[in-house]
Design a protein around this ligand. Structure first.
Ligand SMILES: Cc1ncc(C[n+]2csc(CCOP(=O)(O)OP(=O)(O)O)c2C)c(N)n1
Length: 349
């Protein structure tokens, strides 16, 4: 039987076009280089993960963040190490930006015990409590009430911390999102909600899953201050997160950022990407967060060819080391497999 394929939707969407870059300037050359290096590291990490997945070294699900790197890299710079971070299943970049080594993340994806979740979580469940990195959540929207709980704990203990919660545009349709926004606003909880609006929830375009396409409006309904940010511009993201995190510490009220971004690859490795046009993808790729930031830095005379070459070499070496670390990791011992598995008393025979 012939499989009917739907043509990519041609209807106009409110924010389908990439935003134009703003007039941002990095604080210093070192700062600029560290931002660009981290974005390159995450990009190369995921390109390597793609390759290793095809070789069967990584199994299960794999959701790449390629194209969205400016969001996690900019956002983490606007937070402190005392703040908590909650992410989704597209979180390799968030974990690395939070300081979890690429090797530990790669080992987790291999399912090895030297991974950050001892190999039990895989790509979608990266955790590191010592870095206050709480997920890695496979269920859409699941991290949002969890983040509200972390913020409630900080408030009850009078700690001046912020919980940053990342989620996609698809999560805004979930009941958990609305219940969490309502409660965070009512109880004045220190949460920074960060919606990574990449225009698609799996293969479903925003205008097919949202009755109100202005995502920031969903937050304002609950009395939460909301802003829209260009997610292809790492400096814009950094500035917005820093400013809003400061405001949360000052006022003790939640805030919301809708970050306009785009994933260049499919939803997951199994996605043939039949729901959007090649022209749309190419147009967004002209705003690639790494090459457009490098161009800005070159034009400002802050980096040259030698710098870029050096960065590429050191990133490649770090990725090689990450793969070595994962390859050399141990599998969990068979006798440990039932450790942490809970059963009602007496249920075991
Ligand atoms: C509660 C729930 N419903 C459905 C799914 C299946 N699912 C996995 S990812 C996804 C799309 C989510 O899109 P979005 O929140 O926009 O995040 P993005 O993948 O774009 O980063 C869906 C529907 C799920 N994991 N959890």
């Amino acid at each position: 039987m012939a499989v009917q394929r739907r043509k990519p939707a041609k209807r106009k969407r409110t924010s389908a076009r990439p935003p134009k870059r703003g007039p941002g300037v990095p604080a210093s050359r070192d700062h600029a280089l560290s931002l660009v290096r981290e974005m390159m590291l995450i990009r190369r990490f995921e390109e390597k993960a793609d390759e290793l997945y095809s070789l069967g070294k990584i199994r299960g699900f794999l959701h790449l963040y390629i194209g969205e790197e400016a969001v996690c890299v900019g956002a983490m710079r606007g937070l402190t190490s005392d703040d908590s971070v909650v992410a989704t299943y597209r979180e390799h970049g968030h974990a690395i930006s939070r300081g979890i080594s690429p090797g530990t993340v790669m080992a987790e994806m291999y399912g090895k015990v030297n991974g950050c979740s001892r190999g039990r979580g895989g790509s979608m469940h990266l955790f590191d409590v010592s870095r206050k990195f709480y997920g890695g959540h496979a269920i859409v929207g699941a991290g949002i009430p969890f983040a509200v709980g972390l913020a409630l704990a900080d408030k009850m203990e009078s700690k001046p911390h912020v919980t940053a919660c990342f989620f996609g545009d698809g999560a805004v349709d979930e009941g958990e999102f609305h219940e969490s926004m309502n409660m965070a606003s009512l109880w004045k909880l220190p949460v920074l909600f960060i919606c990574e609006n990449n225009l698609y929830a799996m293969g479903t375009a925003l205008d097919r899953h949202e009755s109100v396409r202005d995502i920031a409006a969903h937050a304002r309904v609950y009395g939460v201050h909301a802003e829209q940010v260009d997610g292809m511009d790492v400096l814009a993201v950094e500035a917005a997160v820093e400013r809003n995190a400061k405001a949360i510490r000052r006022d003790g009220t939640p805030r919301f950022l809708e970050i306009l971004t785009y994933r260049f690859r499919g939803h997951s490795m199994a996605d043939p990407v039949l729901y959007r046009s090649k022209e749309e993808v190419s147009e967004w790729m002209t705003r690639d967060p790494i090459s457009s930031f490098l161009l800005l830095l070159r034009n400002a005379g802050l980096v040259g060819d030698v710098d870029v070459e050096k960065l590429e070499k050191s990133v490649a070496a770090e990725i090689d080391e990450a793969v070595r670390f994962a390859e050399s990791g141990e599998w969990e011992a068979v006798e440990d497999l039932t450790r942490d598995v809970y059963t009602p008393a007496g249920a075991r025979s």
